[in-house]
Design a binder for this molecule. Structure first.
Ligand code: FES
Ligand code: FE2
Length: 463
């Protein structure tokens, strides 16, 4: 990948005009609406689907499902990746049932047709018996558009009309290139089958209005600005950006010291341990915890690249301490911290709009994983890392709602998702009433409608 261009200040994204949208409950429950979404939107957009690290060698493949489709991503002899629908072109049997593997050829378990990793049919029993001619060399697996970026594999079911992935991602491309995410390691991967529409999840990650109530124990009596936590959830001090491409970015100050002192004003764990790691003395910040944010930014900028945190040289100061939340249209949200990539994705169920598949995964920068001996787990969490210093890719755990916990913090969101879905079924719900700080939700729904009506955003259209 090309050398990233360093950035010192966060760039500004364009102003967007919103039309206004009441967002009725039926958008989350109706089969007709889900069908319109599938035909108009899901089959027209780039989807983040796989990870290059899962398929390093030619012939390695990975399968992921989205809605009614099952998709194979296959490493090619030239090092590239191709994506195919997981369906045999003889009579429609799925080619593989497993989640990943390695093949010389994909051999269908129904009549033994065998397809090469590049999609070409290489063997069919009794090939002389086909009135339309020998299918070998003629029939191919049906291919999707496929590109790689940030170590992820992205696919698009509309290969004739889609723009390039770079065009689709707009400003996300440069923002993420600076972070070097392609080398980051998956440290946790939990996937839950959830009884809620996929948009319930994306709506939630498109706002931070719920954070004090759901995650910080705030009540109506509390001064919401003083709620303890290492991110500043005050909307007046939060930055919101919407891109022409329909993606968005929200930046909240992090590591600003709230909740990190004892009664006497001494800096306590885990911030104290984080300061030590960056050669700062917690005693210097007694009674002045807000000053740690700038001090940590400066220390990371100065010491980081020499300690293996090479991406620190390229990113704005804020990205060294603050919480950068992105939502990529249509179904991917990520909290991007200086050393942690909190991967949140919702995929539609194959037929039921009131169910979805929800992924809660974490990736960590290699340097932060190697710091495990030098920094406490709590301090690494402040930088967005999760848990111990395991540098092996974590295996995916898949389970149904109610059968396992999906992870700290997100468990609280999940309880809301399931209940909110029930609310959306009610005749008594008359449509949302959104705050300005929830305008990313409004924009998202407008974009879904645009796709359904056949009006791709200008930035997603080839004309
Ligand atoms: S359906 Fe695959 S070989 Fe017949
Ligand atoms: Fe939440």
């Amino acid at each position: 990948m090309a050398e990233p261009i360093p950035m010192r200040e966060i760039d500004t994204w364009p102003e967007q005009k919103l039309r206004g949208h009441r967002i009725q409950g039926s958008r989350y429950t109706s089969r007709e609406f889900a069908e319109a979404e599938w035909e108009g939107m899901w089959t027209k957009v780039w989807l983040l689907l796989g990870r290059e690290a899962e398929i390093p060698e030619p012939g390695d493949w990975q399968r992921e499902d989205v809605g009614r489709e099952s998709i194979l991503m296959v490493r090619q002899a030239d090092g590239g990746v191709k994506a195919f629908y997981n369906v045999c072109q003889h009579r429609g049997n799925p080619l593989v049932d497993e989640a990943k593997g390695h093949v010389r050829r994909f051999v269908c378990k129904y009549h033994s047709w065998a397809f090469m990793p590049d999609g070409e049919l290489n063997f069919a029993p009794d090939k002389e018996d086909f009135p339309e001619g020998n299918p070998c060399g003629k029939i191919r697996l049906e291919e999707l558009a496929c590109e790689t970026f940030a170590g992820f594999i992205w696919v698009n079911m509309d290969p004739e009309n889609c723009v390039t992935l770079k065009e689709f991602l707009g400003p996300i491309w440069d923002d993420w290139t600076r972070m070097g995410i392609e080398d980051w390691v998956r440290t946790s991967a939990k996937t839950m089958n959830l009884p809620a529409n996929w948009k319930v999840i994306l709506d939630n990650f498109n706002e931070s209005y719920h954070v004090p109530t759901v995650h910080m124990g705030a009540s109506t009596e509390f001064d919401r600005r003083k709620v303890q936590g290492n991110i500043n959830t005050n909307f007046k001090e939060t930055r919101f950006d919407l891109s022409d491409e329909g993606h968005n970015r929200m930046v909240m100050e992090g590591g600003y010291g709230v909740g990190s002192t004892d009664k006497e004003g001494n800096i306590i764990e885990p911030l104290a341990s984080l300061l030590h790691y960056w050669e700062l003395d917690p005693a210097d910040f007694k009674g002045n915890p807000e000053a740690t944010r700038k001090a940590v930014q400066d220390a990371k900028r100065q010491l980081g690249p020499g300690r293996g945190y090479t991406h620190y040289a390229y990113v704005p100061d804020q990205q060294l301490t603050d919480a950068f939340h992105y939502t990529l249209f249509p179904n991917f949200a990520v909290s991007l911290w200086s050393d942690g990539f909190h991967f949140l994705r919702a995929r539609p169920h194959y037929e039921d709009p009131q169910q979805c598949v929800f992924d809660n995964w974490w990736y960590s920068s290699p340097a932060s994983l190697q710091s495990a001996d030098a920094m406490s787990a709590g301090a690494r969490r402040m930088a967005g890392g999760l848990g111990g210093g395991n540098v092996e890719e974590a295996e995916q755990e898949i389970f149904d709602y109610g059968e396992g916990w999906i992870g700290p913090g997100i468990d609280q969101d999940v309880e809301v998702f399931v209940k909110q879905q029930r609310g959306f079924r009610s005749r008594g719900f008359k449509g949302v009433y959104l705050a300005a700080q929830e305008h990313r939700i409004r924009r998202y729904h407008e974009l879904i409608d645009d796709y359904i009506e056949g009006n791709r955003p200008a930035a997603h259209s080839k004309q």
